[in-house]
Design a protein around this ligand. Structure first.
Ligand SMILES: [Zn+2]
Length: 129
């Protein structure tokens, strides 16, 4: 029995760092400037292969939001959250959008392999995801 992906993404993508379930594409990133208590977080237009938890209201730096936590369908680990509703007018653009906490997902360069013409790779920046 192989693992069943609900949705297969192609090309560069973000995936669950525990079970490699495909989650989102870099072109669906709306903003990389979000922060969560563990560090960087990205706002995505679309995330696949996640289940959502119960709705709750959370007070954030930008005001009150109704959010649901999102979990990987493959392994059940928490990945971030989805904005169900924003109560401040200028935050409405986040409604229906997803946050992935950066340290919980493997980036598009996570399985990068160097073209082996040059052994000096130390100057490159694999974290530019
Ligand atoms: Zn997973």
């Amino acid at each position: 029995m192989g693992r069943l992906f609900l949705v297969n993404l192609e090309g560069k993508m973000y995936s669950c760092k525990h079970c490699s379930t495909h989650l989102a594409l870099p072109e669906d990133i709306i903003s990389r400037s979000f922060h969560c208590k563990h560090g960087k977080a990205y706002l995505f237009n679309k995330v696949v292969n996640v289940t959502v938890g119960a709705k709750e209201d959370r007070m954030m730096m930008t005001g009150l939001h109704t959010v649901v936590d999102i979990f990987c369908v493959g392994c059940g680990s928490i990945l971030g959250w989805k904005y169900e509703a924003a109560h401040e007018k200028n935050q409405k653009y986040k409604e229906g959008k997803f946050i992935l906490e950066r340290f919980k997902v493997a980036g598009p360069n996570g399985n990068y392999y160097w073209t082996s013409t040059d052994a000096h790779v130390a100057g490159s920046d694999p974290d530019d995801a």
